[in-house]
Ligand binder design. Structure first.
Ligand code: DNO
Length: 363
């Protein structure tokens, strides 16, 4: 594996490349052209400039998160072909710049969903949290307003004001879109981009839907083992792969994370490792009613991080890995989930687990 940190670019991130370079074992960043809109073509010049900046700081671009998918592609509208051509051109430009991993998601309208961005924990740290009741009680258009006060002046990925301004209209468009339609539209997209991915060896890594169930009645498909296996078979090419995000699949306690990892051997191109803590689960349905994000350490949350990292180690995972959302600690002011301190602790912890597993295996 290659340890990385997500970085939004010097114009958007509170964390600097120099700071990232000083975290032991971190050799690369996962980054993006944060000011491009879904569907827009990424020029070679812009990608090159980003790469030069990262390399000047002694780091590498280990992959892109994300090249976002235009809603028309997810909706299967006739205009999708134009956006897919742009996507193909973007992939070609990335390939020419020697970038070989692209994370994306196929979630309608919203990217990840949380109902609080700064819930205070007993130790005074703050974390992102989710309460089912808050989602049930909210109309989608209010979602952005209800959380935007906690963004510390940053623009959160997937919650860009431009996207939020169209929420109502988008819900109308998704009214009759079923999960089957979404699978078909994803297949159509992947089949079109696979030739360029093969030509440049670009590994596509779909990010799961977070949380791993339908929100606000929208169809969501990248949520469990069965569906992700279906997607892998639907376009059976090693370049059609997965971002294994422990925190997203793990929102559903029925998802057995180490088992899912083992079943995806050879198809995991990127790993997001984080922990969360369930506070309340509906006893009848097994559905989580409340969870909050936790420190990476197993004992701080509900996941067995050793088993997750061990499964990645056992399948021979050699792609980029990153600590995911961190808590806000030590009075840091940053994008919720993306401060420096707790993610640096997370990287160090994951590195420690990995070293112990690797050495234990040699004995
Ligand atoms: C949230 C992230 C997601 C992820 C996208 C990938 O913090 O995990 O926004 O980057 O879903 O496209």
């Amino acid at each position: 594996m290659q340890m990385t940190l997500r970085w939004y670019g010097s114009a958007f991130d509170t964390v600097t490349l120099k700071q990232i370079r000083q975290i032991p074992g971190v050799t690369g960043v996962i980054t993006t052209l944060y000011d491009t809109m879904p569907g827009e073509l990424w020029t070679r010049e812009k990608i090159h400039a980003l790469k030069e900046e990262v390399e000047a700081a002694g780091l590498k671009i280990a992959g892109i998160e994300s090249v976002n998918i235009h809603e028309d592609i997810k909706l299967g509208k006739p205009s999708r072909d134009e956006y897919i051509s742009n996507y193909i051109e973007t992939l070609r430009n990335l390939g020419e710049e020697d970038i070989h991993m692209v994370c994306y998601n196929f979630m309608p309208v919203f990217d990840w969903t949380r109902t609080e961005l700064a819930r205070e924990r007993a130790d005074g740290s703050t974390v992102l949290a989710y309460t089912k009741k808050a989602v049930d009680d909210l109309v989608p258009e209010e979602m952005f307003n209800s959380i935007s006060g906690d963004m510390n002046g940053t623009v959160m990925p997937g919650w860009e004001p431009e996207r939020m301004a169209r929420v109502k209209e988008l819900f109308e468009e998704y009214k009759d879109v079923t999960e089957e339609d979404l699978f078909n539209n994803l297949k159509y997209f992947l089949e079109k981009i696979m030739p360029v991915c093969n030509e440049y060896d670009i590994k596509m890594a779909i990010h799961p839907d977070d949380p791993a169930w339908s929100v606000f009645g929208l169809p969501r498909i990248i949520i469990n083992k069965e569906n992700i296996q279906r997607m892998m078979k639907m376009v059976d090419d090693p370049h059609n792969g997965v971002t294994f995000c422990a925190g997203s699949y793990g929102t559903n306690p029925k998802n057995d994370l180490p088992d899912m990892i083992r079943s995806l051997k050879g198809r995991i191109h990127f790993a997001h490792v984080r922990n969360l803590k369930f506070n309340s689960i509906d006893e009848k349905t097994g559905e989580p009613l409340d969870f909050e994000e936790a420190a990476h350490l197993s004992s701080d949350g509900s996941f067995d991080m050793y088993e997750i990292v061990k499964a990645l180690y056992d399948i021979g995972f050699d792609g980029p890995i990153r600590p995911d959302h961190g808590r806000m600690i030590w009075d840091e002011k940053a994008m919720p989930g993306y401060g420096l301190y707790d993610r640096a602790l997370g990287a160090t912890y994951i590195n420690g687990l990995w070293e112990a597993i690797a050495k234990g295996n040699k004995k």
